[in-house]
Design a protein around this ligand. Sequence first.
Ligand code: COA
Length: 131
Amino acid sequence: MNIVRNAPSAQELSDMYQRAGWIESPDTQQMERSVVAPSEWFVARDTDGSVMGIGRVITDYVRYAFIVDVITKSEYQKRGIASQIMDEITAFCRELSLDSVNLWPSEGKVGFYEKLGFYPLPASQPHMKLK
Ligand SMILES: CC(C)(COP(=O)(O)OP(=O)(O)OC[C@H]1O[C@@H](n2cnc3c(N)ncnc32)[C@H](O)[C@@H]1OP(=O)(O)O)[C@@H](O)C(=O)NCCC(=O)NCCS
């Protein structure tokens, strides 16, 4: 397994979102725009080139980073792939000496990210989304 720093293809990203159950039928043109948008990709590929897991960082390279799209295909889960992707992502963020590296765990994933060095913010500082 190799973690490569190129974006997945639009089809690969679409497949990962569907597998994660995040988007039922991703729009092809939107997926194409998404993979060329400025962001740092970390893609775990098997020796045959197929995607095993992904992770993405959106950052201003100075102060903030937002970690999104952390997904491992179900058949490769529990083998440490997302942890390796996250280790590379945190090393990348530490190298930039960013002030604020953020993510929003899916339900049940707080413990997973705590093991990787993240801590939950108090209820007084919740993650907020635009309605
Ligand atoms: C969350 C997710 C990315 C984790 O991927 P993963 O590659 O299985 O993660 P890892 O193998 O690095 O670690 C996952 C768990 O398996 C454990 N694990 C890792 N290697 C293991 C091994 N060889 N044997 C048994 N367990 C192992 C880890 O300790 C961790 O335990 P935890 O669930 O109790 O925290 C994956 O479950 C996923 O894609 N879920 C759907 C999308 C999603 O919710 N993403 C998170 C968005 S915030």
